[in-house]
Design a protein around this ligand. Structure first.
Ligand code: ADP
Ligand code: MG
Length: 702
């Protein structure tokens, strides 16, 4: 096939082009040969100088590339190696960029660029390029080029390869064969390009030689390559419908955040103007899910999460997270899912999934042996990897798989997910904010039970969230009236919109419609808000002022000392304060974190702690409730009961502590009997004590 492609005059033109424009690049590659073996050229350059050659690359890519590669072989370099370089083109013109779902038959065989998110990668495997077969009759070695999936064997011992010409049996000799590294990727459309709720379409991409091993799932890439159709097979039969696939010519990895959000100079002007608005915080809050009534604090928190704190690289190579993790736990029907899905559409680079996802990768990542890998191991990215640099919105997180639950710890704090299985050993990045929602196991949220018991999530995981909001649905006449009015009015507005736009003789006027719509219109349209967020995250990195630092420090210290006997905050909460304050500064596009930002972050955290972190007995904040599920006062009590049991065991004749005696002793020390029962229950459940006979207790010895 390749012999047919060769065209001497084309080779000459390419040689000319390379001699005049790429000489120094070729020398650089030659200097690093054979580790470096690709000459990468910008399409623009070729188009400017040799538009005909450029044009040919697009419409007859194999012919163009093959002759260019031949020309490269003829270029003299300072290196004594005989070079066999790949010719790779990057930066194809905009009109060659095709959205994956728009790929049609007419694109087959053309050089195009697709943009997307890498969902899966297989392990790197050697692939036969030229197979060498040894004739079992005369011993001659017959070489056959392999350009298909299925191994092509010689039908006879070819005389033109100095064989004996007989029909023979052959043995594949791997030593004399030529192999090339190969890898397969699955690239899916960027979530930004999807119309609400549509499933992203995917395409398989084949990589060879020095392109392999560079891409991990979760990467955002532009793949330049030739579109192919691959015959589908049912068993051993070939079908007439084909699958689409791409043979990569080059890959551009998008290194910078939010390249996909384009911000024009006019946008920038508008963004700067918005940032000067003294009511920017209220306006952004009012732009988040305006159809949802109330939930001001939650929306304030979501606004901060949208912008996020600053990720810091430390000199020792570690990094601290800037992303703000938040979780909503609460009664059914309180618009949790609604809020999450709104956020996933608003935030750049976000992904919306349900905890009980259908893909093997789930929330984190998985190495699986699936159909895609054709027998090889495939590494597949889950939601937190796909949302890298954005927000992962995970609804019903309480229903996630156990494997995700353990991987989530690392994913949330280190923002990495390690997968080591079979031939795959990878660390994927999950630098995203997690926005989760959970429904209580028992249907309704119980304010008096620790959260982790209600949502089937271990306390250690729960304490990794910067913000935990409980959402209760309690009847309240005033609030109910307003909520009902809001919901009904927004429905009415929607009805009127439908009526005016769909019925030819509508009796309603568009003025009436806009009056109603004003209730549910965001102050900032999602398009501009999304640009605002991308702009802020891309270019605003505020630094804390000494005043702000002082406020956070004294708040932390004061709070810890004022609530003696309970543990209100740990250093983890202090970090949450910092992130929220940074996000608050970012909203104003401010270069500094000021006192106001520090105060805003304190107020939001206080709000959430008031709801979920309060020790009901003492009325004090207690982070232990979240971290361990037991308040500090409960812990003290459990310790006391253990001491009492120990004492009683020593004193008694049978070596056990009887329940009435325990209760009696505890009451003397000021603990009510109901609390004693509760503590006994807990201790027994924890395995710290056991009950050898009914009503008799003993300490478990380790
Ligand atoms: P959850 O996920 O919390 O169970 P959903 O998000 O499914 O609840 O909400 C159920 C419905 O109730 C949605 O249609 C939502 O719009 C509506 N709803 C609930 N609370 C509000 C509210 N505060 N304002 C407007 N609509 C609401
Ligand atoms: Mg829901």
């Amino acid at each position: 096939m390749q012999k047919l492609l060769k065209d001497e005059s084309l080779v000459a033109s390419w040689r000319n082009f390379f001699e005049e424009n790429c000489k120094s690049d070729i020398e650089t590659v030659a200097g690093g040969y054979p580790e470096k073996r690709s000459l990468v050229v910008d399409y623009d350059l070729i188009d400017k100088i040799e538009p005909k050659l450029a044009e040919m690359l697009l419409v007859q890519p194999y012919k163009g590339l093959h002759n260019a590669k031949e020309a490269l072989k003829q270029i003299d370099t300072a290196s004594e190696n005989k070079l066999d370089l790949h010719f790779r083109i990057k930066n194809l013109p905009e009109n060659q960029k095709i959205i994956i779902r728009k790929i049609r038959a007419s694109h087959m065989g053309k050089l195009v660029a697709i943009e997307g998110l890498v969902k899966k990668t297989t392990e790197v495997r050697p692939k036969l390029l030229v197979a060498a077969f040894q004739c079992q009759k005369c011993g001659a070695v017959i070489r056959i080029e392999q350009d298909e999936d299925i191994l092509k064997e010689p039908t006879e011992c070819y005389e033109d390869q100095s064989g004996c010409g007989r029909v023979s049996s052959f043995k594949l000799s791997t030593v004399h064969s030529e192999f090339i590294d190969s890898q397969k990727l699955e690239v899916q459309e960027n979530p930004e390009g999807l119309r609400g709720g549509a499933q992203p379409e995917r395409i398989s991409v084949y990589l060879e030689d020095d392109l392999v091993g560079e891409i991990t799932p979760g990467d955002r890439v532009v793949v330049n390559g030739v579109l192919h159709s691959m015959p589908r097979r049912r068993g051993t039969f070939r079908l007439t419908s084909f699958d689409k696939a791409m043979q990569a010519v080059s890959i551009e990895n998008q290194q910078f955040a939010f390249e996909e959000v384009e911000i024009s100079p006019e946008d920038e002007k508008q963004i700067l103007k918005m940032s000067k608005d003294p009511e920017i915080y209220e306006k952004i809050r009012m732009s988040i899910a305006p159809t949802i009534y109330g939930m001001e604090i939650e929306k304030d928190a979501l606004a901060l999460q949208l912008f996020g704190g600053i990720m810091k690289e430390m000199p020792d190579g570690t990094h601290t997270r800037g992303d703000i993790h938040a979780i909503f736990v609460g009664d059914p029907g309180t618009a949790k899912s609604q809020l999450l899905s709104y956020m996933s559409k608003l935030a750049p680079r976000s992904v919306y999934v349900s905890g009980k996802s259908s893909s093997a990768a789930g929330l984190t990542a998985a190495a699986v042996r699936d159909e895609f890998g054709e027998g090889q191991w495939t590494l597949e990215a889950g939601a937190l990897v796909l949302a890298d640099m954005g927000i992962a919105c995970v609804d019903e997180i309480d229903k996630m798989d156990d494997s995700d639950r353990s991987a989530l710890h690392q994913a949330m704090e280190q923002q990495e997910i390690s997968v080591a299985k079979a031939g795959i050993n990878a660390t994927l990045k999950s630098r995203c904010a997690l926005l989760a929602a959970a429904n209580p196991k028992l249907g309704r949220f119980d304010e008096f039970l620790p959260i982790h018991e209600q949502i089937n999530m271990p306390p250690a995981l729960l304490s990794r969230f910067d913000l935990i909001f409980s959402i209760l649905d309690k009847p309240n006449r005033k609030k109910d009236t307003e909520l009902a009015a809001h919901i009904l009015l927004s429905h009415k507005a929607g009805e009127m919109h439908e009526n005016i736009s769909k019925s030819p003789d509508s009796v309603f006027s568009s003025d009436e419609e806009s009056v109603l719509m004003a209730h549910v219109k965001p102050v900032f349209e999602p398009q501009i808000l999304r640009k605002y967020v991308a702009y802020a995250k891309r270019s605003v990195f505020p630094v804390m002022t000494d005043d702000a630092l002082e406020i956070l420090k004294s708040y932390y210290v004061e709070f810890r000392s004022s609530t003696e006997g309970s543990v209100p905050f740990t250093p983890r909460q202090l970090e949450a304060f910092v992130r929220l304050a940074e996000a608050s500064a970012r909203i104003r596009l401010s270069q500094t974190v000021t006192i106001d930002d520090a105060k805003r972050s304190i107020s939001i955290i206080e709000q959430y702690l008031r709801r979920v972190g309060m020790d009901r007995e003492t009325g004090k904040f207690d982070i232990d409730i979240i971290a361990t599920g037991i308040s500090h006062s409960q812990q003290d009590r459990m310790r006391l009961i253990i001491d009492i049991i120990k004492q009683l065991c020593q004193e008694s004749t049978d070596g056990n502590a009887a329940r009435p005696d325990i209760v009696g002793e505890a009451e003397i020390k000021g603990v009510e009997s109901s609390k004693v029962e509760e503590a006994l229950d807990r201790l027994k459940r924890n395995g710290q004590i056991y009950e050898p006979a009914h009503g008799k207790y003993k300490i478990t010895e380790y």
